[in-house]
Structure formats: C-alpha cells, structure tokens
Ligand binder design. Structure first.
Ligand code: NAD
Length: 259
C-alpha cells in the first residue's frame, strides 16, 4: 500500500531504539524525511546512519532530553515545518502508591504528559495552517487497564489521553489527525528491564520471567517494534484521515473486552 506521505517531514521523539525506532524505520521506508531524537548520541547517530543508507531519506539526529525545555527547543529548531509528530519518551519508574512524593508525580506528569502536549502546541499551528498533519502519541496499555506498580505512568498518561480527546476534535477540521497508540508488552529494552523486575519480585530467573510474561499474553509472545512501527506509519498516512482521537491497543489481545 502506498501511504501517500513520501517527501513529508516527521519528528520522532525518543527514536533511537525500541518502539520509537520502529516508527522511524516504518516512516523512512514510506519515504518520509526524519528528525529523530534520543538522549544518547551514539545509538542515535548509528540509527540515523542506518536509516539514511537503507531508505535514502534525509535524517537529522538531535541528541537531547525531550523531557527538558532546552531539549525540546533543539528538536523543534531542527523540525522546521514538520508534517508528522511521533511523541515518545521513556516511561516513569515502577514503585508503590505510598512511596511517591509530589516531586515524583510532577516529574512523571512533566515527562509523559506535559512534554508531548508542549510538542503538539509547538507543531499543531503550522500543521493547521498548511491544512495537513499527523500526530501519534505512544502511550501505554495502562491507559485502559492500570498496571498497579506503574502508577506514575497510569496517572500521567491518563492526563495526556484527556488532552488528546478534546484537541484531536478541535483540529480535525484542519486536516490534522491525532491518535494514541497503546503498547502492551513489546520486545524492547524497557520490556527487558520490566522482565528483570518481575524475575526479582518472584525470585525466578530472567528466562523464566520472560516465559511467564509471554505466556500471559493471548499471542503467547511479545510484540515487535517493527509491527508497532507499521501501525504508526499507517496512522501517519493519507489513509487515516477519518480516524480521530482514538486510543488503539497494540497489546496482543491482553485488554479483555468485547468492544
Ligand atoms: P526503550 O527504553 O526501549 O526505548 C527508549 C528510547 O527512548 C531510546 O531511544 C532512548 O534513548 C529514548 N529516550 C528515553 N527517554 C528519553 C528522553 N527523555 N528524551 C529523549 N529520548 C529518550 O522504550 P520502549 O520500550 O520503546 O518504550 C517506549 C514508550 O512506550 C515508553 O514510554 C514506555 O513506557 C512505553 N511502553 C512500552 C512498553 C513495552 O513493552 N516496550 C509497554 C507499554 C508502554
């Protein structure tokens, strides 16, 4: 399928590894020029070089912390008139409801709610003016079904989801499409670190933890960044024009509901 976005320009936050990288690859394959961001320059530059050589698109790498105001300013300076925005950043740490301080909540809300909102506030006006734009926010399955030890994530992402629900309907008439992708367990560094926490809490090996966590999914295996990226690229394509403000689960069927 031709996604109809060849020659467009996309900003991918937190895109050197994992789900962000999956999105960057799928958009590069569709012929989109990229600005990709991550904190560590080494992995970021390696990803940028790989995408340039495999897909022949322009890739600008910006090593910066997207959760900081300075980091966002650097990414936005490189972004120019971006047509596509993929919001992503590392998730907050696990813990227990009684341990979290006000500062912990402020950090989580700042990083996983106010950061993507700031990126949208910066890029949506240009998209609306030009009459075309696409935004995908990578959130989490925890938006629909809370993960108790990830209470900071549950809280911050619920706030972002509320913002998108209203804003997506305000900009839809300008040709701008905003949706959220809700990952379940995917085979990335983040999942491996959660595997290690699970192994520790159960007193089992890492291998056993991965087997148990995979067996709990209807698919019996983790999702892949490649398939996640393909779904993201579709939502960034010309074909998504009538998909507005949706929260799409990519969780292997874990969220159990008829509708
Ligand atoms: P990952 O840890 O594998 O990848 C992280 C990427 O983000 C790296 O490129 C890293 O450099 C970059 N990054 C992290 N924090 C950043 C920051 N502040 N500024 C710039 N770059 C930053 O993570 P992932 O598994 O790809 O997850 C992506 C998002 O999806 C996270 O918010 C995570 O909580 C969420 N999520 C992931 C899963 C999963 O199973 N992988 C499940 C549910 C939700």
């Amino acid at each position: 399928m031709d996604l109809g976005i060849r020659g467009r320009r996309a900003v991918i936050c937190a895109g050197s590894k994992g789900l962000g990288r999956g999105c960057a690859e799928a958009l590069a394959e569709a012929g989109v020029d990229l600005v990709i961001n991550a904190r560590g320059a080494e992995a970021l530059n390696a990803t940028a070089a790989d995408l340039r050589s495999r897909f022949g698109v322009e890739v600008t790498a910006v090593a910066a912390d997207i959760k900081s105001e300075e980091g966002r300013a650097e990414v936005l300076a490189a972004a120019g008139d971006a047509d596509i925005l993929v919001n992503n950043a590392g998730g907050p740490p696990p813990g227990m409801w009684h341990e979290w301080t006000r500062d912990d909540f402020i950090a989580a809300i700042d990083g996983n709610m106010l950061t993507p909102i700031a990126m949208m506030q910066a890029l949506l006006p240009g998209m609306c003016e030009r009459g075309w734009g696409r935004v995908v926010n990578i959130t989490s399955q925890s938006v629909k079904s809370p993960i108790p030890v990830l209470g900071l994530s549950n809280t911050a992402r619920a706030g972002l989801t509320g913002f998108v629900a209203g804003t997506s309907r305000q900009v839809a008439g300008k040709g701008v499409v905003i949706n959220n992708l809700l990952p379940g367990v995917h085979d990335t560094d983040r999942a491996r670190s959660l595997d290690a926490d699970y192994a520790k809490s159960k007193g089992i090996s890492l291998e056993e933890a991965q087997k148990e966590r995979a067996a709990a999914l209807p698919t019996g295996k983790y999702g892949t960044p490649e398939a996640f990226g393909a779904a993201c690229a579709f939502l960034c394509s010309v074909h998504s024009a009538f998909i507005i403000g949706q929260n799409i689960s990519l969780d292997g069927g874990v969220f159990n509901s008829t509708i």
